[in-house]
Design a protein around this ligand. Structure first.
Ligand code: BDR
Ligand code: CA
Length: 310
């Protein structure tokens, strides 16, 4: 039995691999894809999600557009990593997957209502769409098995000294989701910075000999270059698929249950994720925090998913 999943994303190079991971892994049943303004504006992210599924030959999963920006703030984007259209590098084919007429919230709601069991949500961008769902449809909370989110950090940030990009873009949405009581896992930079696109990883993806593998390597080429230029990391960290791994192969990721709070008001630290490993604040634990990744096992799981795509 595979686990029903909704993937909420802002593609983005690493989001594409998260989509492919979710669509291809036998432990997962990708029921819906929702998109949000994040790495680039929504008009690009919804298009890129449909391109990614088209390349992989996954034409039967609905894709909807959601929030064009954060709940309360002005959208900040990351063209410096992902390029002007969000998927710098390869030439993009015309998507064969249509844009669903429903909003992201409507598609999520329908997917939850149609499922005979609770559905997991993986979010790999600013978590605005999930916050809107929880705010507007509290009646559906019991149908959500859990939310696994790529974002935050137990250490320092990558968009400001103390904030990771997805957290920085919409900290109010993140705060709403964390406070909602839905089981929540944070997969932050402290772990995703170990999922490095090494030469060996690239060789394995090319060796698939598939359309997905060839397109994926063009994404890697661009993503590794920008990560080198911006962060001095020649082997780009493939953040978003690590959140999918939590569901596809839970043994990949070690987590610790503790207290997570979101900085909303800091003049220099908005979007910082405060993880109270030592119980200093004496507050109730409210999140599972990823603290370790079995890196070879992670790449094996992602590769398995890719082998099942076009
Ligand atoms: C996160 O920010 C985005 O640029 C990536 O797609 C990932 O979701 C990493 O900080
Ligand atoms: Ca992302």
């Amino acid at each position: 039995m595979s686990l029903p999943v909704i993937l909420d994303c802002d593609p983005g190079h690493d989001d594409v691999f998260a989509l492919w991971f979710g669509a291809g892994h036998p432990a997962l049943d990708l029921r819906a894809v929702t998109t949000v303004g994040g790495n680039v504006p929504l008009e690009f992210t919804q298009y890129n999600a449909r391109v990614a599924l088209t390349v992989a030959g996954v034409l039967d999963v609905p894709v909807a557009a959601g929030a064009s920006g954060p709940l309360e703030r002005v959208l900040q984007t990351a063209e410096w990593i992902h390029g002007a259209n969000g998927l710098g590098g390869p030439e993009l084919p015309e998507p064969e997957v249509p844009l669903d007429a429903r909003s992201a919230t409507e598609l999520m709601a329908d997917t939850l209502l149609e499922a005979s069991e609770p559905v997991a949500i993986v979010a790999t961008g600013p978590i605005t769409n999930v916050a809107v769902l929880l705010r507007d449809r509290p009646d559906l909370v019991g149908r959500i098995r859990e939310v696994v989110w790529m974002g935050g950090s137990t250490e320092r940030g990558n968009a400001t000294p103390y904030a990771e990009f997805n957290a920085l873009v919409d900290p109010e949405a993140l705060d709403l989701v964390v406070r909602s009581g839905v089981p929540f896992t944070m997969v932050g930079l402290n772990v995703t910075h170990t999922a490095l696109v090494t030469t060996e990883v690239r060789e394995r993806v090319v060796a698939l000999g598939s359309r997905t593998g060839a397109f994926g390597d063009e994404l890697f080429e661009f993503f590794c270059r920008t990560n080198h230029e911006v962060f001095g990391m020649p082997e780009g960290p493939l953040h978003d698929p690590v959140a999918v791994a939590v569901l596809a192969d839970p043994g990949c990721v070690r987590t610790v249950r503790t207290r997570l709070d979101i900085e909303l008001a800091g003049t220099e630290t908005a979007g910082a994720t405060s993880v109270d490993f030592d119980g200093m604040l004496d507050r109730e634990a409210n999140a599972d925090i990823a603290v370790g990744l079995d890196v070879p096992r992670f790449w094996d799981a992602l590769e398995l998913a890719l082998t099942r795509l076009a």
